[in-house]
Design a protein around this ligand. Sequence first.
Ligand SMILES: NC(=O)c1ccc[n+]([C@@H]2O[C@H](COP(=O)([O-])OP(=O)(O)OC[C@H]3O[C@@H](n4cnc5c(N)ncnc54)[C@H](O)[C@@H]3O)[C@@H](O)[C@H]2O)c1
Length: 249
Amino acid sequence: MKRFKDKVVLVTGGASGIGRACALRLAAEGASVFVGDVQAAALDATAKAARELGAACETAPLDVTEEDAVREAVAACVARFGRLDVLCNVAGILRFDHTHELSLDDWSRVLAVNLTGTFLLCREAIPHLLATRGNIVNMASTAGMTGHAWSAAYAASKGGVLAFTRSIAVEYAGQGMRANAICPGSIETPIKQAFRIPEGANPKLVRRIMPLTGFAGPEKVANLVAFLASDEGSHITGEEIRIDGGALS
Ligand SMILES: NC(=O)c1ccc[n+]([C@@H]2O[C@H](COP(=O)([O-])OP(=O)(O)OC[C@H]3O[C@@H](n4cnc5c(N)ncnc54)[C@H](O)[C@@H]3O)[C@@H](O)[C@H]2O)c1
């Protein structure tokens, strides 16, 4: 399938895990991809893999919390490829803490990367997406849909991503731009290194987030992103889709 032939896609968090899988899946389907991440060396590896698939690929070292860097990255993408059709906001960080021990700095950083970063990318990209009748896919989490112990900042940020996504979906639907959110759970990526049960916590609470069908690789999420972002998803906007092996079923 070449659902993204002649399309331009910008992916954040594309150096690793789900972001990398999305960039490569869309590249394999014909997209030109622009990939940003804070991990410069790993970003180069994603670009190399995308080019091996025959795609045009550019990268930018990008901290999604930095307003100027976000502005420059979106401008560089459009300057290089002439348009923007799909924005995938995938960059994210996770922390596990007892909420009564969580520092303001850590709370603020999680909100800044996961929620404010998503806003900054969308704000810069929306004018270009309106021009192409394009769409946005934001990576939320099951943590934004239900209570997750020890990750209140993360859950708040992802709940914010869901509310933000619904809002822009409504605001811009009449102008032909779509926005959807995906809520993964239990996907095997390096983010799981952040998982730890805080000292003294009740380990039984972990059961609440265990998948019924086992863990899955990030390409499962990329499959869903590719469908939603393609014309096959053209009647879907303002939606949040769970992909969690049945954990919240
Ligand atoms: N893996 C899961 O089970 C799971 C579940 C729910 C949601 N998610 C979400 O999926 C997204 C991708 O996570 P992943 O599982 O692939 O983890 P990952 O750690 O492999 O990927 C996250 C990427 O974001 C990048 N990043 C972090 N801070 C950044 C910043 N300030 N600016 C730019 N890039 C930054 C990292 O360098 C990394 O490449 C995240 O938003 C995460 O919250 C993952």
